[in-house]
Design a binder for this molecule. Structure first.
Ligand code: KIV
Length: 290
């Protein structure tokens, strides 16, 4: 049983207060696609911290604790070095900071590929440590047996096909997939295999649009696109990318803000005021009473 806390969102000094949960569930997400149609697209964003989760909570159906945190939070060159402990700690923070969306945790590279048994042990650790509801794993046909093994044992699985960043050393980079017929057929077959194995949703990343549409039509569970198509059953982006934390982002990212510039501006003003001894002012200092 996960312990979820709703935080007082007005202060970083909050004491967590246990609340009864009214979370969306994996079956309700899966049921949003009926006979090949998803009336209202699913909204998913990445989240890595409690405060980020609080801010996204009301607007998202799913929060993904993506292994992209390796690059976004830890400054690593890829997702390859990300560990189970990193994922578990950030996922626990995201669960504590949210109460509405389904929280999905990425299984990091090396924690699930060897066997269904290895995957079960890693996924069970992630769910126990964090209170998240589901895991995401990369790979299609090769991971179908594992996806079935987990789903049949109480662990909902979200698949991930197309551009799979953990395979960067095999793919040779992060370019869009599905440009040749063979590659396109393979992506559709991968998604079908995961769907048949019981995955409740499949992320389709970095593929040419007709392939994203073909996958969405071919499988019964919802597709969640990133660099794919508006015709997918839902969309996901890396939150820090869409908020403008980074100057350079993949072509498929739309920047909804320029938060890096805002932070730089605020920090510059703070530094100037410290150097000019105008911060802290009267309002920020304690004076003797009376
Ligand atoms: O790690 C991640 O954030 C992801 C999304 C980009 C789909 O896998």
């Amino acid at each position: 049983m996960s312990t979820t806390f709703q935080l007082d969102t007005s202060t970083s000094r909050a004491n967590p207060t246990p609340q009864p949960m009214k979370r969306l569930t994996v079956p309700r997400i899966r049921a949003r696609k009926v006979d090949g149609t998803t009336e209202e697209p699913l909204v998913m964003l990445t989240a890595y911290t409690a405060r980020q989760a609080q801010l996204l909570d009301a607007h998202c159906d799913l929060l993904l604790v993506g292994d992209s945190l390796g690059q976004v939070i830890y400054g690593l060159p890829s997702t390859i070095p990300v560990t189970l402990d990193m994922m578990a700690n950030h996922a626990a923070a995201v669960v504590r900071g949210s109460y509405h969306p389904v929280v999905v945790v990425d299984m990091p590279f090396g924690s699930y590929e060897a066997s269904p048994q290895q995957a079960f042990e890693s996924a069970a650790m992630l769910l126990k440590a964090s209170g998240a509801a589901a895991v995401k794993l990369e790979g299609g046909e090769a991971m179908a047996e594992t996806a079935a093994f987990l789903s049949q044992r109480g662990i909902p699985v979200m698949g991930h096909v197309g551009l799979t960043p953990q395979a960067v050393n095999v793919l040779g980079g992060y370019m869009a997939r599905g440009r040749s017929d063979a590659e396109a057929d393979k992506i559709v077959a991968d998604a079908r295999a995961l769907d048949d194995a019981g995955a409740f949703a499949v992320v389709v990343e970095g593929v040419v649009e007709p392939i994203a549409i073909a996958v969405t039509e071919a499988i019964s569970c919802p597709t969640i696109g990133i660099g794919a198509s508006a015709q997918c059953d839902g969309q996901v982006l890396v939150t820090d990318d869409m908020l403008g934390m980074f100057e350079r982002v993949p072509r498929f990212v739309k920047k909804y803000d320029d938060i890096a510039q805002q932070i730089e501006g605020s920090v510059k003003r703070y530094a100037e005021e410290v150097r000019a001894r105008t911060f802290p002012g009267q309002e920020q200092t304690y004076q003797p009473k009376g």
